[in-house]
Design a protein around this ligand. Structure first.
Ligand code: TNX
Length: 555
């Protein structure tokens, strides 16, 4: 028998060639079909931004359910009012909150549109209505909402003000991207929402981002800008990493040297800075208005070189480096883990942070302590955890803090065997926030040659950040994962623009993991929706990385 290519008979070869051709045709057709669903190609060719009202499949994170309506949708005009109708059962406090949410929405929409958009009380009439509705199904929870838009108007209902606020973020995304412009849009588009009904609620109760203000300091105004980005994607916690080897960033009146000495510098030797009580409370208030809880972290007993520079008597192992420490090595420093002095120090710190923080959590760190014996470390963590509880707060720790009896643990380091203690703690009832470094660390480079960031946990491109499941990444007790958090460490980042480049577009990936139902998780659809966000960030003036994985529209 004549032999053809690679030992196949000529007949077989012809047959295979025909089959391959059919395959290619089928795949191309499927690809085209797929593309029209995804709304995108491979990302190399930029697309024009579609005209007309935005279709409702543009919401990020994707809602629980989106039902397109019929008809023209709702167009904002100079007759549109925003009705804050708290509902008859609402207590005074809630009425005030609903009104404040309406005012905030009005402010956001007035700038680009130039429309008057007055906030009024009457429950009926043309426009955008925000109303509390205790009759919504219980499963809606405190953060869920229902939004309907049709030619007559837009109506957002929720069981609590928090849900109304989340709904207003969806409303922003139903409008053209230029709605994010901080200034009047000349020749603006029709400000029209597509007709739709959205039913929505989060998958996890904890959805956070951590900002490291210790390695590089960021001013209260810069942190507020950061909060704006988180609010848009329905995040509900801002974890501030306030202390580390390079700086102590929160004033503690009983320990004035912490900031007088410990805040004078940062990575690279630039001046640093710190928050006064008033600064910190201003950040907390701004976050609260956007329904984000601030989780302050003072990293103990390691990562404490700045505290040791201020109070050298707390250094019983000789771990401190000369002050200022402007490098980026980790794991060298520790407070003395035993003795009265250290616990009187931690009590001062815990007491002040508990006083300043309305949220339920104080994060006590606990990571990378290399110079302390395991039993002493566990006892230290246990005692500081007790101090936090005595101050009326719930302690949170990095996964190493598991042996210290901390009930809410943040998983970050899954390197060989390091999650064993976490798994055991979860078996005993501990809850877990998922921050796997190889997936959710926003300070990891997108690719090895990227100029900012680190690579110790690998590179994290958009798909890597998106394509994992917080519930099943680790074999933990069912129900122990209560949420996700993306840490943004700042060894290599010192301007808000650099923060943006690392945050966008990976923040929406994390946000969708935290908010959207497991069944809604789909990389192809996600990247198409993400592409639309690019125009929104440009309108807002935010820097972002146009990663090749995402089919960004033409500029
Ligand atoms: C590990 S994650 C750290 C930080 C570094 C970060 C850099 C964690 C609890 N500790 O001290 O800044 O890596 O990616």
């Amino acid at each position: 028998m004549p032999r053809g290519i690679a030992g196949l008979s000529v007949r077989t070869h012809v047959l295979l060639t025909v089959l391959c051709l059919l395959c290619v045709l089928a795949l191309t057709a499927a690809g085209l079909g797929l593309r029209s669903v995804l709304g995108s190609g491979d990302g190399s060719a930029a697309r024009p931004v579609p005209a007309g009202p935005r279709t409702a499949d543009r919401i990020v994170p994707v809602p629980l359910s989106v039902t397109p309506g019929t008809g023209p949708g709702y167009r904002l005009t100079d007759r549109t009012v925003i009705r804050a109708a708290p509902g008859s059962e609402a207590v005074e406090r809630q009425a005030g909150e609903v009104r404040a949410i309406a005012e905030r929405l009005a402010e956001t929409l007035r700038r680009p549109t130039g429309l008057p958009l007055p906030v009024v009380e009457p429950a009926s009439g043309d426009g955008i209505a925000l109303a509390l509705d205790p009759a919504l199904p219980g499963a809606t929870g405190t953060e869920g909402y229902r939004l309907t838009a049709d030619a007559a108007g837009v109506r957002i209902t929720a069981r609590s003000p928090e849900g109304l606020f989340r709904g207003t973020q969806t409303l922003r995304q139903l409008l053209p991207p230029r709605i994010e412009s901080p200034a009047r849009v000349a020749d603006g588009p029709d400000w029209t929402l597509a007709p739709v009904t959205v039913e929505d609620r989060p998958r996890y109760r904890y959805r956070g981002v951590m900002l490291d203000v210790a390695r590089h300091f960021f001013t209260p105004a810069e942190v507020k800008g950061f909060i704006d980005r988180l609010a848009l994607y329905k995040l509900n916690h801002l974890h501030l990493h306030l202390t580390d080897d390079q700086g102590w960033r929160i004033e503690v009146p009983a320990r004035p040297a912490l900031t007088a000495v410990g805040a004078t510098s940062e990575v690279g030797g630039t001046p640093g800075g710190y928050y006064t009580a008033a600064d910190y409370q201003e950040i907390v208030r701004y976050a609260q208005e956007r329904y984000l809880t601030v989780v302050p972290e003072t990293d103990l007993p390691g990562h404490s070189n700045a505290a040791l520079a201020a109070y050298p008597e707390l250094d019983c192992t000789g771990s401190a480096r000369p002050w200022p420490y402007t490098g980026t090595e980790v794991g060298f420093s520790t407070l003395c883990p035993t003795g009265d002095a250290v616990f009187s120090f931690t009590r001062d710190v815990v007491t002040e942070l508990a006083r300043l923080t309305p949220g339920p959590y104080l994060h006590i760190g606990g990571d990378e302590v290399k110079r302390v014996a395991p039993a002493e470390y566990a006892e230290f963590v246990r005692r500081v955890g007790e101090q936090v509880r005595a101050a009326g707060k719930t302690p949170v720790g990095w996964n190493q803090a598991a042996p210290g009896g901390i009930g809410l643990l943040q998983f970050w380091d899954g390197r060989a065997g390091r999650d064993t203690e976490l798994r055991e703690a979860a078996e005993r009832g501990a809850e877990v926030i998922m921050s796997p470094s190889g997936r959710s660390y926003l300070d990891m480079k997108y690719e090895a040659t990227y100029p900012l960031g680190l690579v110790w946990a690998g590179t994290v491109d958009v798909r890597t950040a998106y394509d994992w499941d917080p519930d099943t990444l680790l074999p933990l007790r069912d129900g122990s994962v209560v949420g996700v958090e993306a840490p943004l460490w700042t060894e290599t980042l010192d301007t808000p623009g650099e923060l943006d480049l690392m945050l966008l577009p990976r923040l929406p990936a994390l946000a969708e993991l935290g908010w959207s139902p497991r069944a809604g998780h789909d990389w192809g659809r996600f990247r198409a929706r993400l592409a639309e966000e690019g125009a929104r960030w440009e309108a807002a003036g935010y820097a972002y990385e146009r990663r090749h994985e995402v089919p960004w529209p033409a500029r």
